[in-house]
Design a protein around this ligand. Structure first.
Ligand SMILES: [Zn+2]
Length: 133
């Protein structure tokens, strides 16, 4: 093995180590994010159920609600009614963050719901946009 080849292999290992540390950090950051609008997408085969919600708490806490605690959660009901697998972290994504103000967060949620029309959101659940006119 030439010096150059050795160097390449070494560089590759260092790079993959760095990238796994980076991914781990991203994962931790994701769980700790709060004051946000999120989207749930059921990853079960042949299911395109989606849900958009908001929370002031950490997204990891809200995810736990949908899996175990909140019996009124539309995601929870979807799992109960269909027998689809429990919501996993990779089924949640953050659409927008940085809304410490409740009304702004609700407005952002309502706009996302209006634009994306997630199947699990019901009409009465979305915050009336006319309040902000
Ligand atoms: Zn589903």
């Amino acid at each position: 093995m030439s010096i150059l080849q050795h160097y390449d292999v070494h560089g590759l290992i260092t790079f993959s180590k760095l990238s796994s540390i980076f991914n781990l950090k991203e994962k931790v950051d994701f769980k700790h994010k709060h004051d946000l609008v999120y989207k749930y997408e059921c990853k079960d085969i042949n299911c395109d159920a989606t849900y958009i919600g908001e929370t002031s708490r950490r997204i990891s806490e809200r995810m736990r609600d949908h899996v175990y605690r909140d019996k009124n959660s539309h995601v929870y009901k979807h799992i109960q009614q269909t027998g689809h697998s429990e919501p996993q972290e990779n089924e949640f994504s953050i659409l927008e963050t940085g809304f410490k103000n409740f009304k702004r967060r609700k407005l952002a949620e309502a706009i996302q719901i209006r634009n994306q029309r997630p199947s699990l959101n019901t009409q009465e659940q979305s915050y009336p946009l006319k309040l902000f006119r």
